[in-house]
Design a protein around this ligand. Structure first.
Ligand SMILES: NC(=O)c1ccc[n+]([C@@H]2O[C@H](COP(=O)([O-])OP(=O)(O)OC[C@H]3O[C@@H](n4cnc5c(N)ncnc54)[C@H](OP(=O)(O)O)[C@@H]3O)[C@@H](O)[C@H]2O)c1
Length: 230
């Protein structure tokens, strides 16, 4: 991709080459103070073109890319690898109440494969022939994410990227399903607005998730790989 930091991208590729064939990674692009938008929801764009290339690289290294319905509605993402070389992953949307419209770009019929995950009580009324519709375990407003990951693996989709948004990434972290978290940190301070990772409150730092990380610069941004499994 033109105008991107090739050296930074080469480092990211090296890190990704050691991904196990089964596992879940997550990503977030954020400001230096950890925010993914202003309080009014303005978020385009916190990160620059090289960060976008890193995101597409992440997609190219997984079998499936998963987003929550909030991201599908807000960003209308295509979830392809069009800015790098590499295969497009199967697209998965977590939409327990079937709120997404069938004209969402995520449902493009491009031969890649699309999976819509919903609660059995909220099966979608409009369906597309090329989309797989999965009823996933759903109790007290929460999808059983471990079962969903197992269902994806059974289908041959062992490597999964949880791409956003904050609710989805945070609930996967809370369920202890994430192996690595990739953060692209841009050199700006937003000062207020939603943070990328929001977990239940803790009293003591001993309860915090302290793990190892490595970092590299990509253009003027910082790419962090935080490993949940030592
Ligand atoms: N900076 C970045 O890297 C990045 C990446 C992606 C998105 N974003 C931004 O993030 C924002 C969207 O984030 P968000 O937190 O509002 O939405 P989201 O995480 O995309 O989607 C949240 C919704 O998905 C469903 N869901 C997700 N996990 C679930 C679980 N474990 N159990 C049950 N339902 C689950 C729920 O749908 P129901 O409410 O229908 O039950 C939930 O409200 C957008 O503004 C987008 O631009 C930023």
């Amino acid at each position: 991709m033109n105008g991107t930091d090739e050296q930074g991208l080469a480092t990211a590729k090296r890190w990704l080459s050691s991904l196990p064939s089964v596992g879940v990674i997550a990503q977030l692009g954020q400001s230096l103070d950890g925010r993914i938008a202003t309080p009014t929801g303005h978020s385009h764009y916190i990160n620059g073109p090289s960060a976008r290339a890193v995101l597409h690289l992440l997609r190219a290294h997984v079998d499936a890319v998963l987003v929550g319905v909030g991201t599908a509605l807000a960003d209308q993402p295509q979830l392809t690898t069009r800015h790098v070389e590499g295969p497009d992953p199967v697209r998965v949307v977590l939409d327990p109440k079937s709120r997404i419209n069938i004209d969402n770009p995520l449902f493009n019929d491009d031969g890649v494969g699309v999976i819509h995950c919903h609660a059995s009580a909220h099966a979608p009324t409009s369906r597309l022939a090329h989309v797989d519709y999965w009823a996933v375990p759903y109790h007290d407003g929460a999808v059983d994410l471990a079962t969903l990951v197992a269902m994806l693996a059974e289908r041959g989709l062992g490597r999964v990227l949880v791409e956003g948004g904050r609710t989805t990434v945070s609930t996967f972290i809370q369920a202890q399903l994430i192996d690595r978290l990739y953060l692209m940190i841009a050199p700006l301070l937003i000062g207020s607005g939603p943070v990328g990772v929001a977990l239940p409150a803790i009293d003591h730092l001993d309860q915090a998730i302290r793990r190892t990380m490595r970092t590299t610069q990509v253009d003027d941004e910082l790419l962090v790989e935080f490993s949940f499994r030592e």
